[in-house]
Design a protein around this ligand. Structure first.
Ligand SMILES: Nc1nc(=O)c2c([nH]1)NC[C@@H]1CN(c3ccc(C(=O)N[C@@H](CCC(=O)O)C(=O)O)cc3)C=[N+]21
Ligand SMILES: [Mg+2]
Length: 294
């Protein structure tokens, strides 16, 4: 049986470290860090994620604000709000929860965010800095995966890492980060996606597999090699008879892969909570002007 990369446990440790730091800040009569979340529409999963982020803020002692807009909001209205948040001396960082409705140009919204307050690390300036190994806000999910690998001292140097999915918030940045010079990195990276034929010919050779495609139970035991490290970013709501009406299912067929892998992340309780902890970390970095000091 594989050992568990316990994201829930590590996320609690990180939040506790942040809480202690915020406590000291407030004891020194300074205001706490302030994170703002913009939520457009009433998508169930998005509402859960954003509410959890607000809960995390309370736990670590941050101030938080939730700005909700109807799904009919115009691009101009959102841009106006972003401009206001960019200028506000009371806001350290903010996020615009994705996905956005079709009338809104996602790239235009992300481009409008001041890179200094871009705690998601989605702005091209921050993405470029990430790729060039300069100080920046790392996108929260990849940052969470790196931190999880680091805390469990998973050896990534010289290993073959196969990533499934090339999204701008997970697959693409992850493919860059695993190949960077710092630890955990120094992997040889293969980025696979929907046009990769016979994905198993790559995953079977991988020391580390990171799946981010949103296809429940996609990765089966017969697609991985003995002792592989498996990181599951996928999280899909699958309808069932439970009280909630759904359960969360990852991209990895946990049952079968658990017997073959050396380390594996569970869903829920793996990458998801780590993502949220790293958003708190980035907000603290923005507050302390650790990344941008002008
Ligand atoms: N601007 C923006 N930034 C994001 O970081 C962002 C986003 N948009 N859009 C959607 C994705 C997805 N994402 C998750 C965060 C936490 C969990 C999480 O906490 N998952 C829990 C379960 C939560 C539940 O009950 O649904 C777990 O895996 O244990 C999952 C997914 C952030 N994203
Ligand atoms: Mg993807």
């Amino acid at each position: 049986m594989a050992q568990i990369l316990d994201g829930l446990k590590v996320s609690k440790e990180i939040k506790e470290e942040i809480r202690i730091e915020v406590e000291k800040i407030v004891q020194n009569h300074r205001r706490p860090p302030h994170l703002v979340a913009i939520l457009v529409g009433k998508n169930g999963a998005s509402m859960t994620y954003v509410n959890n982020k607000i809960k995390d803020c309370h736990e670590v002692g941050f101030r938080s604000s939730l700005l909700e807009f109807p799904s009919t909001v115009s691009e101009a209205e959102l841009l106006e709000k972003i401009d206001e948040l960019n200028k506000s001396k009371e806001v350290d960082g903010f996020i615009v929860q994705l996905p956005l409705p079709p009338q809104i140009d996602q790239e235009k919204i992300i481009m409008a965010i001041d890179p200094r307050k871009d705690v998601d690390g989605f702005h091209p300036e921050n993405f470029g800095k990430m790729a060039l190994e300069m100080d920046t806000f790392l996108p929260a999910t990849p940052f969470g995966i790196l931190t999880l690998l680091e805390r469990y001292q998973i050896d990534t140097k010289g290993k073959h890492c196969v990533i499934i999915g090339r999204s701008r918030i997970v697959g693409k940045p992850m493919s860059i980060l695993m190949g960077r010079k710092d630890f955990p990195g120094n992997s040889t990276v293969t980025l696979t996606h929907s046009y990769t034929p016979h994905i198993e010919q790559y995953t079977l050779k991988a020391d580390i597999v990171i799946t981010a495609l949103g296809d429940p139970n996609f990765l089966k035991a017969n697609m991985i090699k003995d002792g592989a490290v498996i990181v599951d970013v996928g999280i899909t709501r699958v309808e069932d008879d439970s009280k909630k009406g759904y359960r969360l299912v990852g991209d990895v067929d946990f049952e079968s892969c658990n017997d073959k892998a050396s380390w594996i992340t569970p869903v829920p309780g793996g990458v998801g909570p780590m993502t949220r902890a790293m958003l708190m970390k980035n907000t603290l970095l923005a507050y302390k002007t650790s990344v941008y000091n002008d």
